[in-house]
Structure formats: C-alpha cells, structure tokens
Design a protein around this ligand. Structure first.
Ligand code: XIL
Length: 328
C-alpha cells in the first residue's frame, strides 16, 4: 500500500474504524491495516451470535476479528449487548410462553457478564444499548421485547450491569436518525435522565446511515452542538452514505449512475470537514464496512439493490470520496 493513509491523516483528530466480518478481513486485510485503526464486528459480537442458546456461548465468529485487531494494534468497539434485533427468542419465551421478569433479568446480566468479561482486554468500549428510542411521534421508548419483559428500567439495568463487570470500558448508547429533532429530544431526555440518576454512561453513538446530501450538514452541526452539551463523548459509529436519493426508483444499477460518485464525494468532504471541527467531542468515526464490494445496503432498505456507500470501490481502490475526506 502507498499514498495517504486515512487513519494517519486523521491521527490528531479521531480514530477511523470499519465494521468487519471474518470474510471481509480476509478480502481486505492490507487495506484495513493501512487505513484503519479501529474495528467493529459487523455481526459477530451480537447476542444471537455470542449467546445462541441458553447458557451456550460461542466466540468462534468473533475471535478472528478480535485477534486481527490485537495483532495490528487496532482498537475494538463492542457491538452490542442489548438490542431488539438479532437477539434470540429463547431470551423472552419458552415453549411459546413469555418468561417472567426475573428470568429475563438473569439472562441479561449473564449475557453482559460473560460476553463483557470475555472481551474485557480486547474491546475498549461497548454499545451497551442499541436503538431503544421510538421513532413514533409522541412515544418515548421503543416497544421491544426487552422493555415488555423488564419495563423502562432495562436500559439503566444494562448500563449498571456493564459497569459492574467492565470498570474501564467506555459505555455507549447507540442509535440511528440521531439528527431528527424529535428523536434528538428523546435521546437527550434519555441521557440526561441516566446521568441524573448516576447511571454509568460515557458516550453517545450516532450511527450515520445517511445518503448523499441528507441530512444537511447544518442539521448535523446543530445536532453535534446539542449533544456536545450532554457531557458525554461522541462517536460516529456506523457511517455509510448511500448513493440513492429517497424515492429513486432504480433497483438494477450495476455501476453507479451519472454524477452519483461526484455528489457523494462532495458530501463526504463536507461531512469530514464538520467532524474535524468537532474533534474535541468526537473520538472515533467508524464506517459500516470497508469497501463497496460488501455493504449491508445491498440488502437494505431495498433487497438486492447494489449500493456504493463507502470510501473504497468494489476492488478496494480509493474513490473520489476518499480524496475528498483526505484533502485538507
Ligand atoms: C446490520 C449488519 O450490517 C447486517 O449484516 C445484518 O444483517 C443486520 O445488521 N444498525 C446497527 C447494526 O446497529 O448492527 C446493523 O448491522 C445496521 C443498523
């Protein structure tokens, strides 16, 4: 590898991460080592993978990721203990009947303890709770099986349990659409509430599944200003910039359409200029993938629609967007 290294270019600003799997590490090992100094397991450290059955833990999918991070002196983010997705049914029900509160509470704390301790010397931070805020107007917390089983206090319980076993880890709340004014209010309410009750929370993760030109840079700036006042560390945890506008009917592109990559580069450039301004608050910017050959956006929000949301193309070569974020 030669040329500008992304993480070196940003070494005085924040760390630069990528979400990975064992396969994408194999495909892009050299690229990862050269440009990134932080990793997140895209799926391998989630509940359904690490704790597929009651009392059964499986760290085989995560081990190669944690190993690669360690060998290459990269940081590792833990993702994620408590989420309404990718969590197995056995946690909440047995033989079709809902479990009682004490049982679910036991599973929650067993999970956080076992997984947390396993990765204690490997992961420096954890998304303790992911996506717990509702997107519905007027509704505060999302209606999830965790909340149905444990009540609103499950968030607080998760953070306290995490701190009990991980005295040194940075504990994060992580969510998407964090720039939307109503959701932003709810996120502030959650974090302020936790801090008022001395619940150990260190950071807020803004996922960053965005698109070209949306949200507007000013909306993100306002959002960073508001969150900066909460007294928690900030990270961009899952950045990718879809090349599609809302309502773009095309689902069969095999290469990016005219102008898409130029607009993407321009937006990425402005975004990172903004992030650099907020370097005192932002500790890490993590991309949700490495290169455009493997991105979850090929299946979301439109199944089978190819997207090109990252800084490296399908061959792992730097895109215009890469030049835009490193040209300063
Ligand atoms: C996604 C993964 O990228 C996919 O491979 C998986 O099928 C579903 O989950 N918010 C999160 C991430 O916090 O864990 C999600 O990752 C993307 C949205």
């Amino acid at each position: 590898m030669q040329g500008i290294s992304l993480c070196q270019k940003y070494q005085d600003y924040f760390s630069i991460g990528a979400a990975v799997s064992e396969e994408t590490i194999k495909a892009h090992g050299e690229l990862l080592k050269y440009h990134f100094n932080s990793l997140t397991a895209e799926n391998a450290m989630k509940f359904q993978t690490t704790n597929p059955k009651e009392r059964v833990y499986d760290f085989r999918p995560a081990d190669p990721i944690a190993g690669f991070a360690k060998e290459n002196q990269m940081r590792l983010r833990g993702h994620t203990f408590v989420w309404h997705r990718q969590t197995p049914d056995w946690v909440f029900q047995e033989g079709g009947n809902p479990r009682d509160k004490q049982e679910v509470l036991g599973f929650l704390s067993d999970h956080i303890r076992t997984v947390g301790i396993y990765f204690r010397d490997k992961a420096y931070c954890w998304d303790v709770v992911n996506e717990a805020i509702s997107d519905e107007p007027g509704e505060y917390l999302r209606d999830t099986l965790w909340r149905r089983a444990l009540g609103d206090g499950y968030i607080e319980t998760a953070f306290r349990t995490a701190r009990e076993h991980l005295p040194d880890a940075q504990l994060f709340y992580n969510d998407y659409n964090t720039y939307q004014p109503e959701k932003r209010e709810k996120i502030c309410r959650l974090i302020r509430g936790l801090k008022e009750r001395d619940v150990p929370i260190d950071g807020l993760g803004m996922q960053g599944h965005w698109g070209i030109g949306r949200p507007a840079i000013d909306e993100i700036r306002q959002t960073l200003d508001i969150y900066a006042g909460l007294g928690v560390r900030l990270q961009i945890t899952e950045l990718d910039i879809s090349v599609y506008d809302h309502g773009d009917p095309r689902t069969d592109l095999t290469v990016p359409g005219p102008g898409m990559l130029d607009r993407q580069a321009e937006y990425y450039g402005k975004l990172f200029e903004l992030f650099r301004e907020y370097r005192e608050q932002i500790d890490a910017v993590t991309f949700w993938g490495i290169a455009d050959d493997a991105t979850w956006l090929d299946q979301f929000p439109v199944q089978g629609r190819k997207d090109w949301p990252l800084l490296f193309d399908t061959q792992g070569r730097p895109k215009k967007a890469f030049d835009a974020v490193t040209n300063f």
